[in-house]
Design a protein around this ligand. Sequence first.
Ligand code: 3PG
Length: 400
Amino acid sequence: IDDLLRDGVAGKRVFVRADLNVPLAGDTITDDGRIRAAVPTISRLAEAGARVIVASHLGRPKGEPDPRFSLAPVARRLGELLGREVAFATDTVGESAKATVAALGDGEVTLLENLRFQAGETAKDDGERAAFADELAALADLYVGDGFGAVHRKHASVFDLPARLPHAAGGLIATEVGVLRRLTDDVRRPYAVVLGGAKVSDKLGVIDHLLERADRILIGGGMAYTFLKAQGHEVGNSLLQEDQLDAVRGYLKRAEERGVEFVLPVDVLAAAEFPDLAAKAPAEPRTVGVDAIPADLMGLDIGPRTQELYAAKLADAATVFWNGPMGVFEHPDFAGGTRAVAQALLDSSAFTVVGGGDSAAAVRLLGFDETAFGHISTGGGASLEYLEGKTLPGLAALED
Ligand code: 3PG
C-alpha cells in the first residue's frame, strides 16, 4: 500500500477487500475487533483522496441475499470508527453498487453488501468465480487486499480479483504476516502453543506442523476430550470425535518421540448440559478430575488445577501462540479457563500472539486490554493455515 500511496491514489477507485466478518446478535455487533483493524488502511486511502470501495463477506449465506447476513450494521459501525460517512450499497455488483460507486467523490467511502450474496464469490468452478471477479473489477481501478481473516479462501474477491487490477497488500495483512513470520522463522524458545476450541479435526494440520517446531503444546476446550479419551480416560457426555482418536494417538506418540511436551487438562468443570448462552442462568458446574468425569456430565471448561498448571507452563516461555478458547467462555460459569490462559499470557514476558476469531473475541469480551498482548490476529483459520505452511490464495495473489 505504501507503493500505491506513493504513486498517488487521488481520484482512483480503490477496491479494499477487508474481512468484516464480525459476530452479530440480531443486528448488534458483539465484537467489532475486525472492523477496527480494517480502519487504518481505509483511512489512509481516503485521506489520500481515493474513492474507497470496501467489500467483505459476513457469515456463510448460500450465494443469495439473506437479510440475516447483511453488512448494513457493519457499515454504520465502520462509519463511526472512520469518522466519515460510509455509503452502503444494498447489493454487490448490481444497480445500487454501480450507482453508489459512481457517486463517490474523492476521499469518500462505500461498503458493498455481503460478497457471499453472489454464488460466484465462493464458487468452486473457476469460470464462475472469474465471471464474478470481472464484475467486481469493473467497479474499480486498483485493488488492496487487507482481509487477512479470509486469505486462506480461494474466493473471487480474494484470489481472482487481484489478477485483474493493479494490486497491493494493505497494512493489516502486512502486520499479520510480519507477526506470523516470527512464529515460523527464528522462533525464540521455549515456544509454547495453546490450542483450544471445539473440534480437534480443525486443528489437525497445525498440530502436525507444530510437532516439528513447538517445545510445548497445551490443549484445552472441547478438543481436549478426544485427547483425554485417547489416553484412556472416560469423558462422560463431553464432546468427543471418535473418528479422530487414532490421529490423536499418533500425535501423542510422535510428541513423545520428538521430546515435545503435550500438556492435557488434569481437571475440568462439568455440568449436566450445555449452558444456555442467552439466559446465562447459573449452570452449577462441578469440578472433577479427568479420571473421574461422571458418565452423565460434560466437561465445559478446564478446572482450577489445570489453570495453575497451564499458567506455570507458560510462565517461562519466550514465544506463545494461542488459538481457541479453553471452555464455553460465553457463559460466566465456564469463562475461568480462558480468562486464566489470557492472564498467563499477560504475566509472561514472552512474545504472545492470540490467533483466531474466538480467542480474540474472548480476550475482548472478558475485558482484557488487547494492546497488552504482543499481537491479536484477526485471522482464525488463516493464521492456522499460515502456520501449517500452506500457500494461502489471498497472499499468493498479492505476491504475484
Ligand atoms: C473467519 O471468520 O475465519 C473468516 O472471516 C473466514 O470466514 P469463513 O470461514 O466463513 O470463510
